[in-house]
Design a protein around this ligand. Structure first.
Ligand code: ADP
Ligand code: MG
Length: 293
């Protein structure tokens, strides 16, 4: 009787584009006491847009954009898409680039027309030893507005700043509220920087925030929570969340923009467009487990 209830729930989930990879994920999700939500692409929608540009050290806005969209040409991160969309709307097209490396949770390094180009966060600048004052007012003003700041550096100097608006999903507040009401602790975990992340956490009333987190930091949080006797679920959208999904009691992936690595690492894959799928999956798990016991 238990297995037929579970099979029925798995089938019911599939009809709503919620894919439980077997009965165990369903049982485990019902028992989690902590839900860790990734920010970019998870709590925020998949369609961020470029809201501010500053240039410096001799390059103009079009040049800065041109370099950035060329460096991001093959990247499908939501932030990369925002830069590419903005450039395309201005009629800019990517220049050929010879080399490109992607640093998860940091950004990209590429060679564009023989020029060395970086697009990413402060950690990426530090990795390549590009100097930039930490307390820059343009940066903190954009962050205080909730914008995610990306640096464009070329030939050892920062030449542009991008502020990307990453609007929160319409259903994010309801999902956070639902988990809180169900007695589940909510954490926000993100590779983004403190000011931007804290602004969002405040809006959504999420008390626990982990910022500037690399994939291994997100994974370590899962290990730490389990060490404290907690049963955490990791909900994310990207390859940068895959490690944490594996370490979590349950990994849940949002897959609407084709993140194969996350979908593969996950125990539960949400193929719909909404974050609400996480809530529906949890309700379905709890209802099913209640029937069995
Ligand atoms: P989150 O954990 O919120 O989903 P990510 O780990 O995907 O965010 O990204 C963390 C940070 O890494 C971003 O805020 C950005 O600064 C930087 N980053 C990641 N991918 C890119 C990219 N393709 N181009 C520029 N910066 C990037
Ligand atoms: Mg993400």
């Amino acid at each position: 009787a238990a297995s037929s209830a579970i099979n029925a729930a798995i089938a019911g989930g599939a009809r709503e584009r919620i894919i439980f990879k077997g009965g165990r994920p369903l049982e485990r999700f019902a028992g989690v006491d902590t839900v860790c939500l990734d920010k970019t692409g998870t709590l925020t929608g998949a369609l961020p847009h470029l809201a501010a540009i500053h240039t410096m050290n001799g390059l103009g806005e079009a040049e800065v954009l041109q370099l950035a969209l060329s460096a991001e040409a093959h990247n499908h991160h939501p932030l990369a898409e925002a830069i590419k969309d903005h450039g395309a709307a201005l009629g800019l097209t990517p220049q050929g680039h010879e080399r490109c490396e992607y640093f998860l949770g940091q950004g990209v390094h590429a060679v564009v027309d023989g020029r060395d180009v970086l697009v990413g966060n402060y950690k990426l600048l530090q990795r390549f030893e590009v100097p930039f004052p930490q307390g820059d007012l343009r940066v903190s003003a954009m962050q205080a507005d909730g914008l995610t700041v990306l640096f464009l550096a070329s030939q050892g100097e920062v030449r542009g700043l991008f502020g990307v608006a990453n609007p929160v999903r319409a259903d994010a507040g309801a999902v956070v509220e639902y988990f809180r009401g169900s007695g589940v602790d909510v954490h926000l975990v993100t590779g983004d920087e403190a000011l931007t992340a804290q602004a969002l956490a405040r809006d959504l009333r999420i008390p626990n925030v982990l910022v500037s987190a690399l994939p291994e930091d997100k994974a370590r949080l899962m290990v730490d929570l389990r060490g404290q006797g907690k049963r955490p679920a990791m909900v994310g959208d990207g390859v940068n969340d895959a490690l944490a999904m594996v370490e979590a009691e349950v990994g849940v992936a949002l897959g609407s923009h084709g993140n194969e690595a996350a979908l593969e690492a996950a125990d539960i894959a949400l193929l719909g467009e909404d974050l609400e799928g996480v809530m529906k999956a949890h309700q379905l798990s709890r209802r099913t487990i209640r029937i069995i016991h």
